[in-house]
Design a binder for this molecule. Structure first.
Ligand code: NDP
Length: 332
């Protein structure tokens, strides 16, 4: 829960063509309120850039959907995700960051100052833009998955695992996240099925070993999920073994929870007309820097990082983005 009252964006003044007028000009506009966005804000504010930050679709970012965070430096006893984000928000506000509710719905980076349209109605002009929009968990796209979202379907074991204590659950995916989630759930659930579409795991060797060593994890290779069934909540999953092969076979597992761990999609669509992205949508930056292909536009956090995806690495890259923004402005 935010400690700050939502601030209104400027009223949507319209010009004679009915188009929104550019209403505010800022030195530094930050999009996103996860660890990257707030850290960028702390540094930008302390550098006197008077940053304006829009919170985006998921205020506080992905950490607000987790419970305990034990690996963020400085918290020997751990801290909850929401509390950590509240603290970061408070710290960013303390140095004068103008924090507002709003979603960047389109941008124009074709000339300077750069333009960012918020909530489809208000245009902001900015000398520098820091993109910290993060990434969103992927779902399989099944109708039944949608139906049971929040009633047995989750994309975050650390957030929701608690509700499945002593029960049977399934995790979908074969990467490090899936293994990590399966191991986490194995510590509290009776049985964990790990549903992997390929005949092998993509995860690092050490994670694979841990999964194989866990007595209550059953790895089900070459399985795809056809649908989930149940009354009010998930009760079973219909799997297809060796889908598309002559010996394709349907099988049913009884489960109470179904966890997705099939990767994340970077929240970069809005920027794609102007910024280079890789084949999976991650914003490309000059290696070792937060610089994008557009001068004055910087990207930090998970929207440009598919490798580490940690709160602390996101925070670090937010710091770099603010320092780069400051240097860019100083050179102009
Ligand atoms: P990955 O992209 O590595 O893995 C995604 C997994 O989901 C793959 O096994 C993939 O299958 C599977 N998958 C994707 N789409 C579907 C689908 N439609 N149906 C079924 N399965 C599907 O994502 P992760 O989130 O696991 O990891 C991302 C990055 O973060 C990696 O670099 C990883 O190493 C890193 N990471 C590191 C951790 C650590 O070091 N502790 C912890 C977590 C992540 P397939 O293999 O067939 O493509």
């Amino acid at each position: 829960m935010s400690l700050f009252k939502p601030l209104e964006t400027n009223p949507d003044k319209k010009n004679i063509d009915g188009q929104p007028n550019p209403s505010e000009h800022v030195k530094c506009l930050i999009i996103g309120s996860g660890p990257a966005g707030y850290t960028a804000a702390i540094y930008a504010a302390r550098a006197n850039l008077k940053p304006l930050l829009f919170k985006g679709i998921q205020p506080g970012g992905q950490l607000t959907t987790t419970t305990e965070v034990e690996n963020f430096p400085g918290y020997p006893e751990g801290i909850t995700g929401p509390k950590l984000m509240e603290d970061l928000e408070q710290q960013a506000a303390r140095f004068g960051t103008d924090i507002r509710w709003g979603i960047a719905t389109s941008v124009d980076f074709s000339s300077t100052p750069h333009k960012v349209v918020v909530d489809e109605k208000t245009t902001f002009e900015a000398d520098t833009v820091i993109i910290a929009t993060g990434a969103t968990a992927r779902y399989l796209g099944l109708e039944s998955e949608e139906k049971y979202r929040g009633s047995g379907v989750s994309a975050c074991a650390t957030c929701d695992g608690f509700f499945y204590k002593g029960k049977d659950v399934a995790v979908v995916g074969g990467g490090d996240t899936a293994c990590e989630e399966a191991l986490y759930l194995a510590g509290m659930c009776r049985k964990v099925y790990l549903i992997v579409r390929k005949p092998f795991l993509r995860a690092s060797k050490i994670m694979q070993q841990r999964v194989m060593d866990a007595p209550n994890i059953e790895v089900m290779f070459e399985r795809n999920t056809r649908e989930l069934r149940g009354n009010q909540v998930v009760e079973e999953a219909v799997l297809i073994k060796r889908m598309g092969e002559p010996d394709e076979q349907e099988e049913i597992i009884k489960i109470d929870g179904f966890f997705l761990a099939i990767g994340h999609t970077p929240n970069s669509d809005v920027f794609k007309p102007f910024l280079e992205t890789d084949e999976t949508g991650y914003i490309k930056t000059v290696p070792g820097t937060p610089r994008t292909n557009v001068a004055g536009v910087f990207a930090c956090g998970d929207v440009q990082d598919k490798t580490y995806r940690q709160a602390v690495t996101a925070a670090g890259s937010g710091c770099s983005a603010a320092i780069e923004a400051e240097r860019y402005l100083a050179q102009r």
